[in-house]
Design a protein around this ligand. Sequence first.
Ligand code: SF4
Ligand code: SF4
Length: 448
Amino acid sequence: MKLKTFAQGIHPPYNKKTVNLSIEEAVYPHNVIIPLHQHTGATCEPLVKVGDEVVEGQKIGDSAKFISAAVHASISGKVTKIEKMLHPCGVEVLSVVIEGSNSSTVVQRDSSAGEEKKNKTVDGLSPEEIRQIVKEAGIVGLGGAAFPAHVKLSPPKDKKIDTILVNGCECEPYITADHRIMLERTADLLVGAELVAKATGATRVLVGVEDNKHDAVLQLKTEIRKRHFTNLPDGIEVVTLETKYPQGGEKMLIKAVLNREVPSRGLPLDVGVVVVNVGTAVAITEAVRDGKSLIKRVVTITGSGIKEPKNLLVRIGTSFKDIVEQCGGLTADAYKIVMGGPMMGAPQLSLEVPVVKATSCILVLSKSEVKEDQIFPCVKCGRCVDHCPMSLLPTRLAAYANNANYSEFEEWGGQDCIECGCCTYVCPAKIPIVHWVKLAKLKLRQMK
Ligand code: SF4
Ligand code: SF4
């Protein structure tokens, strides 16, 4: 049977060698660096000052702006610094440094409100209550974009949402964090999806999973058969998709599963859909049921530059260095560090940066795996066009970007580029198309 998918895309080597490694809890860090900007939107203001004692789960930064996400202390201890520090995105960001104490106190958001407010269920909550809990817990999309989840859960009144699409594709090579979550947190994932449906008014949930994760598909189907979803009159289903990059891109996922096309510069809610990553769904369950804020996430630590690759549950703010040490350290030929996968990840200059909410993977490649090719002139082969999942003309966009011709760049749909890197991957002339396109988009943002 032909599996559902989208047009074009690529089939890179997947290298998902950590797929059978269960999630382990990372060692409790001595100190953490919590950036006040870990999400799309406004930077948080600090709610603490140097010298303050904080406890695990305490909110330490927030913003009055709607598009933002609160940050919380991931360990108990004392605030020793609030200053700009290097962030994995490559710039310095105002951050709160906490030196750990041995206290085991944990703040749960509802602990002051009485026991009756704990252990909330989907049935016992209104959509607005779900949104408020998600907002207070500082939950963002854990698939990489780190978009504040409460914003996604608040569609405008004129946009009717009928379907929640749970994104279990994890199409980036090397990363296995979401695959492990689907296997190990199946029930919590489904509860989270039902909560998202209730918050948005959707009547059904579809879970999209690539066919290289058969065990996850089976496990999800088994768990769905065991449960009754009272808030989903149109049910919950798993949709197996062809393994192809970038199947996990929101627009590709919606096209493959529902055959709906998100309009140019539009959002999934324009076609009645909210997309939520599997890890985000679990975080929503933990926030609602257990009163937990987002202070930990699952990270894959992998690549031939890592001695003992692992999937770890890591406290936000733990340094990459501490995490890599728990994985046996770097190999002698470790060469390039990336946060995220090889296609869309962010290169790192140092391991002295903190794990943030968007850190799905710490990938360390050896020198032999990193190609630093010479760039040649375009040979007009059209491969980039044939593989672009957004049906753009990457070669033309790259030329406009390179010549600072931003009006033509926009005219030819440059803003629709999802920065997947397929064009660069297939280009025989080794032209860094996606890099140039990203720079043009950045320039346009600055100009506006
Ligand atoms: S132009 Fe953008 S969307 Fe198209 S292949 Fe390149 S990076 Fe992907
Ligand atoms: S793939 Fe590279 S060489 Fe071929 S048309 Fe595109 S930019 Fe030119």
